[in-house]
Design a binder for this molecule. Structure first.
Ligand code: PMT
Length: 405
């Protein structure tokens, strides 16, 4: 909801625009940010000027637009180092593949990249590029590297592109960027001084040296929660099964493979924990014996002898000095009923239920929808949103609950 009438001090943001076709959306983005009480200063890279005019941006931002590193007049008014110190946030939208690569390597060959090197402001990027450029492994590696340094990455979205291709690479819409910036800037240090242990991703149960049992968990939900908890001031340990996501900044990552390893890591990490969040999709069963050699396919059918894995979440909840315990439930039917049963059986404080029968939600998706059910019978629906947004909402919800705990 736009909010330009409250008495809170304005949040200072540099909007850095790099040279992509989505730059034409930036006057609208400036307007949306200003509606949300941001004080916006725009910095253009030289190629961005091919797609959007400084005049339009100056008119909507109400401030002069910064373009040159060594501009006498600008330096006299607000020099690039002063600008770098002024900002609370630097948002790059659109962020091209080229600019993303420069950020990774600390290159400072234009005003925007120079400011970023000289600034301690939190960095947020909204990538936009051709779908093949986005899929390129160099770009993916660069994005992973930025995320591991704590840079927020918004999008990109999928759809038809200006070049005629269809795929992932469109800048997310200005309204979404502005809403995400508002959520980021309003997140308070609500878990300051708290210790949080989170499980994420799948577990992988070996059958033989090449085969395994696992599931489609990507780790996106759990990693987003770890980032949100860290940003909320918590001391976070993330016990993660194998995923393709870089470790979040300032989070202790404990990498595991099997459920047994996850259990051992949780036992070690969870001493004196204030909050435990089980977001991992832990395999319920594991082979009784792991074959030492690759199993030969001699028969038409084969049977695997499986045994139950330890229930990590239930173990944490059983401890005499237990933390606030949050579980997840991924259900394809009877969402509330099955989730409530898990809440009660595992003696949880809170369960976050996701309906995995909905397309593009739950496992290996960017978005989710969660029904939060607590042990006192309260329920809260968190409507469909990016996992990063939901993670912030979950952390806020937990912070409210433990203040009454
Ligand atoms: O990783 P993503 O692709 O982002 O997807 C996120 C998710 C769908 C995996 C996540 O949101 C989610 O729902 N995780 C829980 C999956 C699930 O169905 O868990 P479960 O019903 O098997 O277990 C319920 C709870 O007990 C979970 O908190 C689970 O972590 C925990 N559990 C289960 C079994 C076990 N042996 N030990 C456990 O701790």
């Amino acid at each position: 909801m736009p909010n330009n009438t409250n008495s809170k001090p304005q949040v200072k943001i540099i909007l850095g625009i790099s040279g992509g076709i989505a730059a034409y959306k930036c006057p609208d983005l400036v307007r949306r940010l200003k509606e949300r009480n941001f004080d916006v200063r725009v910095v253009l890279t030289p190629s961005a000027e091919e797609f959007v005019t400084p005049m339009a941006l100056q008119a909507v931002s109400g401030n002069p637009v910064h373009r040159e590193t060594f501009d006498e007049q600008m330096e006299a008014a607000m020099g690039h180092i002063e600008l770098a110190k002024w900002a609370d946030y630097i948002l790059i939208a659109p962020a091209t593949a080229n600019t993303v690569a420069k950020l990774v390597h600390g290159q400072a060959d234009n005003l925007l990249t120079t400011i970023i090197l000289a600034s301690q402001a939190d960095l947020v990027v909204a990538p936009a590029m051709n779908q093949q450029m986005w899929a390129n492994q160099n770009t993916q590696r660069n994005i992973a590297e930025l995320m591991s340094k704590g840079v927020e990455v918004l999008g990109p979205a999928s759809g038809e592109q200006a070049c005629g291709d269809v795929g992932q690479g469109r800048m997310i819409e200005p309204l979404d960027v502005a809403q995400r910036m508002q959520a980021i800037s309003e997140q308070e240090k609500v878990l300051k001084g708290k210790k949080v242990v989170i499980t994420a991703g799948p577990t992988v149960e070996a059958i033989d040296p090449v085969r395994y049992i696992s599931n489609h968990s990507s780790g996106k939900m759990g990693y987003a929660i770890a980032r949100a908890a860290q940003k909320a001031g918590a001391n976070v340990s993330l016990v993660s099964g194998p995923v393709n996501i870089a470790a979040p900044k300032d989070v202790k990552l404990v990498s595991v493979v099997s459920a047994a390893e996850m259990f051992a890591a949780v036992q070690q990490e969870s001493t004196d924990t204030d909050i435990f969040i089980g977001c991992a999709a832990v395999a319920d069963y594991t082979p009784v014996d792991v074959a030492k050699q690759k199993i030969k396919k001699n028969e038409e059918t084969m049977s695997l002898n499986l045994k139950r894995n330890p229930d990590i979440l239930a173990w944490v909840a059983k401890q005499a000095k237990r933390p606030y315990v949050v579980g997840f439930a991924a259900e394809s039917q009877k969402l509330k009923g099955f989730a409530t049963r898990k809440l009660e059986k595992k003696k949880l404080d809170l369960i976050c239920a996701n309906d995995i029968s909905c397309e593009n939600l739950g496992f290996n998706s960017d978005d989710n929808q969660l029904l939060l059910l607590d042990k006192n019978g309260n329920e809260n629906l968190l409507p469909i949103a990016a996992k990063e947004i939901l993670a912030g909402q979950i952390i806020q919800h937990i912070a409210n609950k433990i203040s009454e705990y």
